[in-house]
Design a protein around this ligand. Structure first.
Ligand code: FE
Length: 167
């Protein structure tokens, strides 16, 4: 019996992660934290996990992920750092984002923004999207290859995965 060693999922390499627009809501100097969820925040709980991989599908430890998103009402905090945070991948190249499901705002389907930077590599700015959202088809920024894979769709404990591939 093995103890202490979690079984990790196999990495999913679907080609290089495409860049999408940064949009108007990015703020630099994001606090370093993996959990963006705070008491009283609007939005259903969401956990997103996955790898950051290189072009050969090898996990990248120490890659930065800088996330920002709207709350469950589609509102960004542009005065502070609510729902903003950066983290690095662990020794297995994994990240864990604890957050809330983002809401719609005019013209935009549900999405989470992220900037990814491997050690010594360029920064890729992109967005994660959610399957089954009818507004995906109406959002000009929507990229089907950036849909998360839903692991658990319980309303109170939604979890999803996405593996990024950097050049
Ligand atoms: Fe946005």
């Amino acid at each position: 019996l093995q103890t202490g060693a979690a079984v990790l999922p196999a990495p999913v390499c679907n080609g290089l992660t495409p860049a999408t627009t940064e949009g108007p809501h990015y703020l630099p100097n994001t606090p370093e934290r993996a959990s963006l969820r705070e008491a009283g925040m609007t939005g259903d709980p969401l956990l997103v996990t996955g790898y950051v991989l290189d072009a050969n599908c090898a996990p990248i430890p120490g890659a930065w992920l800088d996330f920002w998103q709207a709350d469950g009402n589609g509102v960004y905090d542009n005065a502070g750092f609510a729902l903003r945070g950066k983290q690095t991948t662990d020794a297995q190249g994994r990240y864990t984002l604890t957050t809330v499901i983002p809401g719609l705002y005019p013209g935009c389907t549900e999405h989470i923004h992220v900037k990814l930077t491997a050690p010594g590599g360029p920064t890729v700015t992109t967005q994660l999207f959610f399957p089954g959202t009818t507004q995906n088809d109406d959002d000009g920024i929507f990229v089907p290859s950036m849909l998360v894979t839903v692991l658990d769709e319980s309303p109170s404990a939604m979890s999803a995965s996405f593996d990024f591939v950097l050049p």
